[in-house]
Design a protein around this ligand. Structure first.
Ligand code: AMP
Length: 227
């Protein structure tokens, strides 16, 4: 082999390795997590409504979280690209409705959005910039109407207990994908429906079947509290 051919071959191999490195995934999939505000507010910690007032009785966005198939996840990936409200000014009113903070003291929710972008969003920068991260999350919420799916199946936020399996089937029936469900415990020690996890492919193009579900802390029957 001539030295020229060897040089071309080595260059090709180097380019191939570099392109594989560029395509390498920073993560395997996203969790898109919605929470029931009634279950955030009736725990010992309590909650505060945003300055704009009590949010509507609907599931709210918690976050869009890059995740690995082994259940671990990357976090705080790029401190050089912190949350910047000016990049999402067109989304703010929808964010206030769909992604309100319930932390105390009541606020305009920007601290919550900053936390979500800085901790999770910066780990998906190869796929979504800040505007894309929040816009995609809002679009996913409008594609996955959890409350409507539950109510269609007769599962209402009325303080009653419902079978966990029926909750999962109702969401799968309405959204098309089986969810992960997590529970928390209210003031009186009752296990209640808290968060609903759906999975999204690593390009953020749509829902997929979850490679792995979060461990739920629910019983076979869980309360669905009012809000
Ligand atoms: P994360 O770090 O993304 O897993 O989210 C957990 C953090 O978000 C905790 O500090 C929670 O207290 C906070 N959090 C969760 N839900 C809400 C909410 N609805 N409003 C404000 N903060 C929240």
């Amino acid at each position: 082999m001539s030295s020229c051919t060897r040089f071309v071959l080595i260059t090709l191999v180097i380019f191939q390795c570099l392109s594989l490195l560029c395509l390498a995934q920073d993560f395997d999939f996203f969790y898109f997590v919605q929470s029931w505000p009634g279950s955030y507010c009736d725990t010992g910690r309590s909650c505060c409504y945003p300055r704009a007032g009590k949010p509507s009785a609907d599931f709210k966005i918690h976050g869009l979280w890059p995740n690995y198939n082994d259940a671990t996840y990357p976090s705080n990936c790029d401190s050089s690209n912190p949350f910047d409200l000016t990049q999402i000014s067109d989304l703010v009113s929808s964010m206030q409705r769909n992604w309100p903070s319930l932390a105390c003291p009541g606020s305009d929710s920007t601290k919550f959005w900053a936390h979500e972008w800085n901790k999770h969003g910066t780990c998906a920068e190869s796929v979504l910039n800040q505007h894309g991260y929040f816009e995609t999350s809002l679009n996913l919420k409008s594609q996955a109407n959890i409350l409507q799916a539950l109510e269609t199946a007769g599962i209402n936020p009325d303080g009653s207990y419902y079978s966990l399996d029926k909750i999962k089937s109702a969401i799968e029936g309405g959204v098309g994908y089986s969810p992960g469900i997590t529970c928390n415990v209210d003031d009186s020690g009752n296990r209640q429906l808290y968060e609903v996890y759906l999975c999204v492919d690593s390009s953020a193009s749509g829902f997929i079947n979850c490679p792995i579900f979060p461990s739920g802390q629910c019983g076979s029957s869980v309360e669905f509290p009012k809000f």
